[in-house]
Design a protein around this ligand. Structure first.
Ligand code: AMP
Length: 482
């Protein structure tokens, strides 16, 4: 059985209905069970007001019911809004305020909390994915049903994943990387092995679990795979069925690709690139020994079929195609700045990434034009953290800066607050009023956005254009006596 991403219906029901569809953190589902549960979920969600173009928020972490709910929403035509438990309650509340869904479905409890149920202006969306926003608020990326159909076609047509692939899913469902496994599993009739944070942390049991399910495709950020290299079980002997590494979300360091080639000589490594706003990814390249010999840093590859890639005169990568989002939800200002109509009439998105087009349309990413960063694969707008720091009690201004390795990889966030007495040196000793600052920030921000240290200074350095001078912040940090 599989799920068709054009009609959004289960199809080929007679083909292996007893095959594994989802091995979740809590329980497993065959394809027949997935179909039955998704239909039952859709009936219940309808009773709670879910309808075509009326969204439903789904809250949880790697439960089978989370997967069921996403498929149920696709059956109804209700855009789903995935929110992982990594987000604090305040962020879920804000997302609900922006989306006004029919209900919030709690995947762990199996319950619906009623919402306002407003119909979205955009019709025919598959999902709305929230990413960090530079105004201090998360922003909702609206992805159309046509876009996920194209994603499925591309993955099955170009990635060489074989019949009924078995995906290792680890990224939270609120991170669009995870939509790779969701939609490719559905389109192919394969299986998806969901891994909760606690399962991954129990390394001794985790890899055997992947092996038991016969994982064939590893999907993660490069950072996540890098962390696994320290685990000796992360090997072809322990994972004999694994034949593809599918990476996206941040630069793939050539050194990591080389180590993986050594450890898994029989596996194919795919580097893919693209923002959430263009439905998971837009370019791909197989990182062979020849590619490794020719390039460091590695290219991000060629445009997927039906997509046009441009690097404009300012060096910015622009993406054209029906896989480009329909816009940020209720953010006409951002849509005006980031979207335009290309010469062929299709949607085009200005990524904010600097690029260089090599021979034959081979694209290289050369960093960002703005203050968006990736930390362990998570997408972060520094301005969102600035806002949260500014919201701490007694603080006159807040800003954060990023510590990086020599190769540019972000490794740590440092927070800065203004308000220390004039003439006083910057210090890591936060004033009493800021006691418990981490816990306060964690009420608003996910853990990966909470800085590891806080520096109190009399004022925050500004650059000539009246923006926070983040380079100066790093200098202030480096000068603090130990
Ligand atoms: P996200 O929306 O979380 O997928 O983040 C998208 C951003 O991550 C892109 O705009 C790039 O800045 C960066 N990115 C994603 N994939 C790659 C890659 N393969 N190489 C370099 N940067 C990447």
């Amino acid at each position: 059985m599989r799920f068709d991403l054009k009609s959004f219906r289960f199809t080929e029901s007679e083909r292996a209905p007893g095959a594994l569809a989802v091995a979740a953190a809590d329980r497993s589902l065959t394809w027949a069970q997935l179909r039955d549960e998704a239909c039952a979920w859709a009936d219940e969600a309808r009773r709670h007001g879910a309808a075509p173009d009326v969204p439903v928020a789904i809250y949880g972490h790697k439960e089978a019911s989370f997967f069921v709910a996403m498929v149920g929403a696709l059956l109804i035509g209700a855009p789903f809004v995935p929110v992982d438990t990594i987000y604090p309650a305040e962020r879920l509340r804000r997302i609900v305020e922006i989306v006004r869904p029919a209900a919030v479905y709690d995947a762990a409890a199996g319950t619906f909390t009623p919402g306002q149920g407003a119909q979205l202006a955009e019709r025919g969306l598959a999902y709305v994915m929230f990413t960090s926003g530079s105004t201090g608020d998360p922003k909702g990326v609206q992805i159309g049903r046509e876009s996920v159909g194209l994603l499925g076609d591309w993955m099955l047509g170009s990635f060489g994943l074989g019949e009924a692939p078995v995906f290792m899913n680890q990224a939270p469902f609120s991170f669009d990387l995870s939509m790779y496994e969701v939609f490719a599993t559905l389109a192919s009739g394969g299986s998806c092995v969901l891994n909760a944070r606690e399962q991954i942390a129990a390394a001794g049991a985790w890899i055997p679990r992947l092996a038991e399910h016969g994982v064939t495709v590893w999907v993660s950020t490069p950072s996540f795979a890098h962390q696994q290299l320290a685990n000796r079980d992360f090997s072809p002997a322990a994972l004999p069925a694994l034949r593809t590494f599918l990476f996206c979300g941040e630069p793939l360091p050539a050194a990591l690709a080389r180590k993986l080639r050594q450890r898994f000589p029989g596996a194919v490594i795919l580097n893919t690139y693209g923002p959430t706003e263009a439905t998971v990814a837009t370019t791909w390249i197989e990182v062979t020994d020849a590619v490794l010999a020719a390039h460091d840093p590695l290219p991000v590859g060629h445009a997927k079929p039906d997509s046009v890639l441009l690097v404009d005169e300012g060096g910015e990568i622009c993406i054209v195609g029906d896989h480009v989002m329909r816009g940020y939800l209720n953010r006409a200002d951002l849509n005006e700045a980031k979207l335009y109509t290309y010469a062929d009439g299709r949607r085009a998105f200005r990524t904010g990434d600097l690029g260089q087009m090599g021979e034959g349309g081979l694209l290289f990413c050369r960093g960002r034009m703005d203050d968006q960063i990736k930390l362990n694969g998570y997408r972060i707008e520094l301005a969102e953290i600035d806002e949260a720091l500014h919201g701490l009690p007694g603080v006159e201004g807040g800003a954060c800066a990023v510590l990086r390795r020599p190769d540019g990889t972000a490794v740590r966030l440092i927070g800065f607050v203004a308000g220390a007495a004039e003439g006083q040196a910057a210090s890591l000793l936060a004033p009493d009023a800021l006691d418990g600052w981490k816990a306060r920030l964690a009420r608003r921000l996910p853990p990966y956005m909470v800085p590891s240290e806080l520096v109190a200074c009399p004022s925050l350095p500004m650059s000539n254009n009246h923006k926070i001078d983040r380079k100066k912040l790093i200098e202030i940090y480096a000068a603090i006596p130990v």
